[in-house]
Design a protein around this ligand. Structure first.
Ligand SMILES: Nc1nc2c(c(=O)[nH]1)N[C@H]1C(S)=C(S)[C@@H](COP(=O)(O)OP(=O)(O)OC[C@H]3O[C@@H](n4cnc5c(=O)[nH]c(N)nc54)[C@H](O)[C@@H]3O)O[C@H]1N2
Ligand SMILES: Nc1nc2c(c(=O)[nH]1)N[C@H]1C(S)=C(S)[C@@H](COP(=O)(O)OP(=O)(O)OC[C@H]3O[C@@H](n4cnc5c(=O)[nH]c(N)nc54)[C@H](O)[C@@H]3O)O[C@H]1N2
Ligand code: SF4
Ligand SMILES: [Mo]
Length: 695
C-alpha cells in the first residue's frame, strides 16, 4: 500500500479553501482542510464530497463534437487533436472574416483564469465576461465608484469586529468556511451581529438581532442609518475629514430618509434603526457593515451598495482593526509572481460588444455584462460576434431566462464549452473540451490576500480517470495551432511554475511542504493617517464620485418603493444551501444529491391560507410563458411578499441521472430579468411570479 498526501486548493466552490488530499494506491481516500493554512479548519459538506465527485462517471469523459441538432445531446467522440484542430480552424476563419473581436469568452472568475485570459488577449478579443452579472457586479462597481477599489480590494477583519451588520449576506449557508468560523467566534466572544433578511435562515438563527424586511427596501434603511449618523453628528470625524469628500451633498441627499420613513417602507421599527446607528457609532471603527456578496438583486442595487460603503466610511472602519482592511498581496511583501497575462498583447480593439467603455462609461471592463451578449450576437451590433468560448461557467442556469440566452447561442458559428460536468451549456455546445477535475490537475499560482498574504497552489493529487486535460495544456495547444506559442512559454506545468516564480526566492517545490508560502510573519497595516490607497481621482473616498459625474451618472438616486403586488403575486427570491454549489457544480453529486435533491417553495402562512394551500401541497408558479409546478413549504418566518427557493435545480440534461428533472429551475421563472441595470447586474430578485394551487 502506498499512501501520499498532497496539499492543494478545493475546487468544489469558489472559496478555494486550502486542502490536504490523502491518496492510497492512486485513489483519493479523503479530502481534509489543510492543517497548515487558515487555522486548519475542516471543510464544508461540498469540499468533503470532492471524493464522490472524483469517482462519479456521470461527466464528459473525452472530447466531443456535436453530431446532431443542438440540444439533442448527439455528440461524437473525437481525439484531442481533432477537437483542438476543429476549434482552431474555425477560430482562424472567424478572425479572418470578422476580426478577432468576433470571439467572446466567459468564465466563473477567480484566480485560475490566467491560461484562458491569455489565450483570448493573444487571439485579439476584448470580449471577456465573468459570471458577475449574476453575482457581484453591482457591489464591485459601487466600490470602484466610492473608493476606486474592487469589492475584494478590502477584506473583513471579522475576528476583531465588535458589531457586524449584514443585509442578506447568508454567512452560514452561502459559505466561506473561514469567514463563517470567524463570525461565530466573534459572536461567542460577545460581539454583536445584526442581520436583515426577507426570511428566517440559519444566519438569522445565529444573529444577536434579526429583522425581516420587505424585499427591495434595504436602501431606505441604509439611508436612514446615514441620516442618523449625520444629524446626530456621531460619525468618525477625524477619519472623515482626512479621507472623505462630498459629505455635504450626502447630508443633503439623505434628509428626507428618516428612520420613520424607513420604518414605513421596510417594516423595521424606527427605534431599531436609531439604536443600531448609535451602537455602531459607539463601537466604531471596529465595526463592519457588510456590503454584500451575491448582490444581483434589483434595479436599484448599485445605490444600495454605494450606501453601504458610505456607512462604512462614516464609521471610519477602513484599515481599522475589526473593520474593513485593505487586502494585501505579494506586491506588499516585495514579491512579484509573473503571470502570462503580463506578456499577452493587448486586444486589437478595446471596443467591447456590451458597450462598457463606450456608451457605458462608469462600469469596469474587467467583468463585463454577459446579459448583453445574446443581444450583441443576434443584432450584430456594435459588430458581429460569431464565436463563444464558455469556460467553467453555466449561464443557461445562472443567468435569468435561459430561453432568451439560447436564442443568442443558436446564432453562433462556433460554441465551445470547457467543463468537468454535463452543464446546461455543454449540452448545447458544438465542441466539448472536458477538463480534468481539480484533484487531477495543477493550476497557476494564486494569492491568498489579506493582512498576512500567502501564495497558494492547486496541486495535482491523482491521475486523470478519463481522457480529460488541464487548462494549462488546453490553451497552450490551442495557442500553438493559432500561431500564439510565444504567449505560452512552457512545455510542462513545472516549466510554467518555474517561469512564474523566476525573480522570487521561491521554487515550485516550496509548495510541497505545506501547500502555501507565507509572504510575511507579521500582519501588514497601512498608516490610517497617510497610507490609505483609494484609487479614485481625488485619492479619497468620494461621496460624490468624480468618475460618475464625468459619465453623467448621478452619485445618489432616490429610493424607489417596490411595486405593489397583486393578489397571488410574489417576489421570487432564491439563495444557496450549505450542501450545494450554485447551479450545476454539485447538483448531481451522488452524496450531496442524496441530502438535498429538490427545491420546495417557501411562503408565509397567511398567503398560503389565502391561496388555499398547506405545507407539502403542489403549487403552480407562473411568469409569462414560464410555468412550473413545485412543492410548497409554509412558514411564519418569511415576508408575506416573498416566495423563496433554492437556486440551481430543474436540471434538463438527461445524462445527469440524479439531478435531471428534479425540482424547479428558478432561472426559467426569472423571465424578463435578463437586462442591464445601472450597476451592471441582472435584477434577479425583481422577478414577480403568480402562484396558484396546482390542479
Ligand atoms: N454552500 C454554498 N456556499 C456558497 C455558494 C454556494 O453556491 N453554496 N456560493 C458562493 C458564492 S459564488 C456567493 S456569491 C455567495 C453568496 O452569498 P450571499 O450573498 O449570502 O447570497 P445568497 O445565498 O444568494 O443569499 C442571499 C440572501 O439574501 C436574501 N435576500 C434576498 N433579497 C433580499 C432583500 O431585498 N433584502 C434583504 N435584506 N435580503 C434579501 C435572501 O433571502 C438570502 O438569504 O455564497 C458563496 N458560498
Ligand atoms: N436565480 C439565481 N441565479 C443565480 C444565483 C442565485 O442565487 N439565484 N446565484 C448567482 C451566483 S452568486 C453565481 S456566482 C452564479 C454562478 O453561476 P455559474 O458560474 O454558472 O455556476 P455553476 O452553475 O456552478 O457553473 C459553473 C460551471 O463550472 C463547472 N465547473 C466546476 N468546476 C470546474 C472545473 O474545475 N473546471 C471546469 N472547466 N469547469 C468546472 C461546473 O460543472 C458548472 O457547469 O450564479 C448566479 N445565478
Ligand atoms: S467553502 Fe467548501 S466547497 Fe468551497 S472551497 Fe471551501 S471546502 Fe471547498
Ligand atoms: Mo457568486
Amino acid at each position: 500500500m502506498t499512501q501520499t498526501s498532497t496539499y492543494s486548493i478545493c475546487g468544489m466552490c469558489t472559496c478555494r479553501c486550502p486542502v490536504q488530499v490523502d491518496v492510497v494506491d492512486g485513489k483519493v481516500k479523503h479530502v481534509w482542510g489543510n492543517p497548515h493554512a487558515l487555522g486548519g479548519h475542516q471543510l464544508c459538506p461540498r469540499g468533503a464530497a470532492a471524493k464522490t465527485m472524483e469517482y462519479d462517471n456521470e461527466r464528459p469523459q473525452y472530447p466531443m463534437i456535436r453530431d446532431g441538432k443542438r440540444g439533442t445531446g448527439k455528440f461524437r467522440r473525437v481525439s484531442w487533436e481533432e477537437a483542438l484542430d476543429y476549434v482552431a480552424e474555425k477560430l482562424a476563419a472567424i478572425k479572418k472574416k470578422h476580426g478577432a473581436r468576433a470571439l467572446a469568452m466567459s468564465d466563473r472568475g477567480g484566480p485560475h483564469r490566467e491560461f484562458h485570459k491569455t489565450f483570448l488577449s493573444a487571439y485579439g478579443s476584448p470580449n471577456y465576461f465573468t459570471h458577475h452579472a449574476t453575482c457581484s457586479n453591482s457591489v464591485h462597481n459601487a466600490h470602484m465608484s466610492v473608493a476606486g477599489q474592487p469589492r475584494n480590494g478590502v477584506a473583513y477583519d471579522v475576528g476583531r469586529c465588535k458589531h457586524m451588520v449584514a443585509f442578506g449576506r447568508n454567512f452560514f449557508e452561502s459559505l466561506k468556511t473561514n469567514e463563517a468560523r470567524s463570525l461565530i467566534k466573534m459572536i461567542e466572544g460577545g460581539g454583536k451581529f445584526t442581520f436583515f433578511d426577507v426570511r428566517w435562515n440559519f444566519t438569522a438563527a445565529k444573529a444577536t438581532d434579526f429583522q425581516i424586511v420587505r424585499p427591495g427596501t434595504d436602501y431606505a434603511i441604509v439611508l436612514a442609518m446615514i441620516n442618523v449618523l449625520l444629524t446626530e453628528s456621531i460619525y468618525q470625524k477625524e477619519f472623515v475629514s482626512d479621507w472623505v469628500t462630498g459629505l455635504r451633498e450626502l447630508e443633503e441627499f439623505v434628509q428626507p430618509y428618516t428612520p420613520e420613513f424607513a420604518e414605513k417602507e421596510s417594516g423595521v421599527p424606527a427605534r431599531f434603526i436609531v439604536n443600531l446607528a448609535r451602537d455602531l457609532a459607539a463601537k466604531a471603527p471596529s465595526v463592519i457593515i457588510h456590503p454584500g456578496w451575491m448582490t444581483a438583486w434589483g434595479a436599484n442595487d448599485y445605490y444600495l451598495r454605494r450606501g453601504l460603503y458610505a456607512l462604512n466610511a462614516l464609521l471610519g472602519n477602513y484599515e481599522a482593526p475589526g473593520g474593513m482592511v485593505f487586502s494585501k498581496g505579494p506586491g506588499d511583501c516585495g514579491v512579484k509572481v509573473r503571470q502570462l497575462t503580463s506578456i499577452a498583447p493587448k486586444p486589437e480593439t478595446s471596443q467591447r460588444c456590451d458597450g462598457i467603455g463606450d456608451e457605458i462609461k462608469h462600469l469596469g471592463k474587467g467583468w463585463g455584462m454577459l446579459q448583453k451578449l445574446p443581444q450583441a450576437i443576434i443584432s450584430g451590433k456594435p459588430y458581429p460576434v460569431k464565436a463563444y468560448f464558455c469556460m467553467r461557467h453555466d449561464p443557461l442556469n445562472s443567468l435569468p431566462d435561459p430561453e432568451a440566452f439560447k436564442k443568442g447561442i443558436n446564432k453562433l458559428d462556433l460554441f465551445v464549452v470547457c467543463d468537468i460536468n454535463w452543464s446546461e451549456m455543454a449540452w448545447q455546445a458544438d465542441v466539448i473540451l472536458p477538463e480534468c477535475t481539480f484533484l487531477e490537475r495543477t493550476d497557476n499560482i494564486s494569492n491568498l490576500k489579506g493582512l498576512k498574504p500567502k501564495l497558494a497552489l492547486r496541486q495535482q493529487a491523482v491521475e486523470p480517470r478519463f481522457d480529460t486535460k488541464p487548462r494549462w495544456w488546453i490553451f497552450k495547444e490551442l495557442g500553438k495551432r493559432l500561431g500564439l506559442d510565444e504567449y505560452f512559454p512552457y512545455e510542462t506545468i513545472d516549466d510554467y511554475l518555474e517561469w512564474s516564480l523566476e525573480g522570487t526566492k521561491f521554487k515550485p517545490a516550496d509548495f510541497k511542504k505545506t501547500g502555501v508560502i507565507p509572504l510575511t510573519k507579521n500582519e501588514i497595516w497601512f498608516d490610517r493617517k497617510t497610507g490609505l490607497k483609494f484609487k479614485t481621482p481625488s485619492g479619497k473616498i468620494e461621496m460624490v464620485s468624480t468618475m460618475l459625474t464625468e459619465a453623467g451618472v448621478p452619485s445618489w438616486d432616490a429610493y424607489v418603493r417596490p411595486a405593489k403586488l397583486k393578489k397571488n403575486e410574489f417576489r421570487l427570491i432564491t439563495g444557496k444551501t450549505a450542501v450545494h454549489t450554485q447551479g450545476r457544480t454539485t447538483a448531481n453529486n451522488p452524496l450531496l444529491n442524496e441530502i438535498v435533491s429538490e427545491n420546495p417553495f417557501q411562503i408565509h402562512t397567511d398567503r398560503a391560507k389565502a391561496l388555499g394551500v398547506k405545507d407539502g401541497d403542489s403549487i403552480q408558479l407562473k411568469n409569462g410563458t414560464a410555468v412550473a409546478t413545485g412543492k410548497v413549504t409554509v412558514t411564519d418566518f418569511i415576508h408575506p411578499e416573498v416566495v423563496y427557493t433554492l437556486h440551481g435545480f430543474g436540471d434538463t440534461v438527461p445524462l445527469r441521472t440524479r439531478s435531471h428533472g428534479k425540482g424547479v429551475c428558478d432561472a426559467r421563472l426569472a423571465r424578463g430579468a435578463l437586462v442591464e441595470t445601472i450597476g451592471g447586474n441582472c435584477p434577479v430578485t425583481d422577478a414577480v411570479i403568480t402562484i396558484s394551487k396546482a390542479k
